[in-house]
Design a protein around this ligand. Structure first.
Ligand SMILES: Cc1ncc(COP(=O)(O)O)c(C=O)c1O
Length: 393
């Protein structure tokens, strides 16, 4: 099956008793009864498939995990309570028996940077931040720090830079360091990090995977060498997705291919519109032929599909002008998320990167006139018209 067909069928139609539902229902039971103690023993020992206890597994969640595992091409998957719990578990599992040092991309979702500094830091884990698009700098940091893990995003938040993941994965493989990739922005429809040599993939399922702005969830998918530790952690701590969110996420994924196709096409139009708008100083878009990582992008991404994300700077704008633009939007939603069916605009300085100091943001190139659009599936003319009237002085 091609990936677009797998998004629709995989994980469903498991035989349950005497019938086989066409789509997976919501199972809310916390525990299960067995025909015999022998069967209980086999299920709890994982020698026979079947649910045991809600922290360990759940039939609705297991169906989603089977789908996620297949889409990313991993040995196993855990659907998590949030994207951050997936990232937390990924870093924790990688460092359990390795040096307590992480190399992290300098541009990432703010909470991921905060997690490394404010949660792992006080526990003795040192983080070295590198420009993940500068391969020699990364190679130098890898040799110098000998880390226990490397963490990067397929498309770096919020300036939409794309690091050479295939080459980074090869360097990590040679150094025997696990590579953790947050693939939230790309989704497995555009890039599959495990196929490029990464070891652990994380998602905020809250975004494209669920796709309708009504789920908080995450996912972690790993290769064989790393999955057992992750499963043990998950079964012990239980940062797992609840059955209702699992159901909604699986339902959302059925239209992932259609949504991503439309979002990517709409984003190309939005990027071209902004690039010629007199009030726009600069546009950041992975499909821009002049993008600093254009070579990497053409190697890693399918042609004409560069995510639904576009960032831009309003010429000469300080916070009051940015606020005015945001408040003039009619259809486009001012909201702090991405990947939904509706178009959303986020102000990184006040949302995703709020926790970083102004100096830190400035160092990263996140200016006070920067906005990030997550382009939705609406009629593109309506999106362009709304942006145009909001930009008018
Ligand atoms: C790239 C990326 N990774 C992880 C997260 C965290 O996900 P969640 O909010 O589901 O915990 C986000 C949230 O915006 C994100 O944008």
């Amino acid at each position: 099956m091609k990936i677009e067909s797998k998004t629709v069928h995989w994980g469903d139609r498991r035989k349950t008793g005497d019938f086989r539902p066409v789509t997976t229902p919501i199972y809310t039971a916390a525990s299960y009864a067995y025909d015999s103690m022998d069967q209980l023993d086999r299920v709890f020992a994982m020698e026979e498939s079947g649910p045991s206890y809600a922290r360990y597994d759940n039939p609705t969640r297991s169906a989603l995990e089977e789908l996620l595992r297949e889409l990313e091409g991993g040995a196993g998957a855990i659907a998590c309570a949030s994207g951050m719990s997936a990232l937390h578990m990924a870093v924790l599992s990688a460092l359990m028996d390795r040096p307590k040092h992480v190399i992290a991309a300098n541009l990432m979702y703010g909470a991921t940077t905060s997690m490394l500094m404010n949660i792992f830091g006080p526990m003795g884990v040192e983080t070295t931040h590198v420009d993940i698009c500068d391969l020699p700098a990364f190679e130098g940091a890898l040799a110098e720090t000998k880390p226990g893990a490397v963490v990067m995003e397929t498309v770096a938040n919020p300036l939409l830079r794309v690091g050479p993941m295939d080459k980074i994965a090869e360097l990590c493989r040679r150094a025997e360091v696990p590579l953790i990739v947050d693939n939230t922005f790309a989704t497995p429809l555009l890039v599959r990090p495990l196929e490029l040599g990464a070891n652990i993939v994380c998602h905020s399922a809250t975004k494209y995977l669920a796709g309708h702005g009504d789920v908080l969830g995450g996912a972690i998918i790993a290769d064989q060498a790393h999955f057992d530790t992750i499963r043990t952690l998950s079964r012990t701590i239980g940062p797992v997705m609840i059955p209702f969110e699992s159901y909604l996420t699986m339902r959302g994924i059925k239209t992932l291919a259609l949504r991503v196709e439309r979002q990517c096409a709409n984003a190309c139009r939005v990027a071209s519109f902004l690039a010629t708008h007199p009030r726009v100083e600069r546009v950041y878009f992975a499909g821009d032929p002049k993008h600093p990582d254009a070579q990497t992008i053409s190697r890693l991404f399918p042609k004409d599909r560069y995510t639904g994300l576009v960032a831009f700077e309003i010429a000469g704008a300080a916070r009051p002008e940015v606020f005015r633009f945001m408040e003039k939007l009619n259809m486009v939603v001012r909201a702090t998320s991405l990947g939904d069916v509706h178009t959303m605009v986020l102000y990184p300085a006040m949302a995703s990167h709020r926790d970083l100091s102004p100096k830190h943001r400035e160092r990263l190139g996140i200016r006070d006139n920067l906005l990030r659009i997550s382009v939705g599936i609406e009629a593109v003319d309506d999106i362009l018209a709304d942006l145009d009237q909001a930009l008018a002085v």
